[in-house]
Design a protein around this ligand. Structure first.
Ligand code: 3PG
Length: 206
């Protein structure tokens, strides 16, 4: 978990991707990795999410692919079995926490409240996804969590964009931020892979 957190801290921004199993998706991921964003969260939100995630893992050198929108232990077990690097959920359930303990896979569970943070800590996790960040009070809420939860680090996700990402990353209890804004739909539609790479490179300077 410690190593995973350090990888996230180094990368600063984790792209959250909903992909179809097609050539464009592979191009998007190659462009991101070229720009230094190796950790990629591929969400289980499309019918072909598993197959495209497998292809990215196998065909995009240096990518570190995680599975997002993990809602069940079946999904988490499948991610472990197929050798994905990490898992992410929008929330947290007792069965997912137990599955994480059994399998040992790196896991970012979603939390929003103080009680959820306490539950995660009781289960040995102190690197958490704050979701949905903007809708839950954004940076003000994260600041308020710093003192009671001094050992907890967050990856805020949800409503983050190029304009507000810096204000999150400047908080001492935030080590990275996640979101879909990293990829511009226009760039994808026009096949501007170099523009995606350039945007990825800018993430390191945040
Ligand atoms: C996620 O699952 O992390 C979010 O849906 C990403 O939210 P965003 O689209 O607001 O970046």
């Amino acid at each position: 978990m410690h190593e995973f957190r350090e990888l996230c801290r180094e990368q600063r921004v984790i792209p959250v991707l909903s992909l179809n199993d097609d050539e464009n998706s592979l191009q998007i991921c190659r462009a991101l990795v070229r720009g230094g964003l190796r950790l990629l969260e591929i969400t289980l939100r499309t019918p072909t999410a598993w197959s495209v995630a497998e292809r990215v893992k196998n065909e995009v050198p240096d990518s570190l692919v995680g599975i997002g929108t993990v809602l069940s232990t079946a999904d988490m077990e499948k991610a472990v079995k197929l050798g994905f690097r990490f898992t992410v959920s929008p929330g947290m359930t007792p069965s997912l926490l137990a599955c994480r303990k059994e399998t040992g896979i790196d896991y970012l569970p979603g939390v929003a409240t103080a009680s959820e943070i306490m539950t995660a800590r009781e289960n040995g996790l102190n690197f958490l996804k704050f979701f949905p960040a903007e809708q839950n009070g954004g940076t003000a809420r994260l600041k308020a969590y710093a003192s009671p939860f001094s050992d907890v680090t967050f990856c805020p996700t949800g409503g983050i964009n190029a304009e507000n990402v810096r204000s999150y990353l400047s908080l001492p209890n935030v080590c990275c931020a996640g979101g879909t804004w990293v990829i511009s739909r226009e760039d994808v539609a026009a096949g501007r892979w170099n523009a995606i790479t350039a945007r990825a490179e800018r993430c390191h300077t945040l």
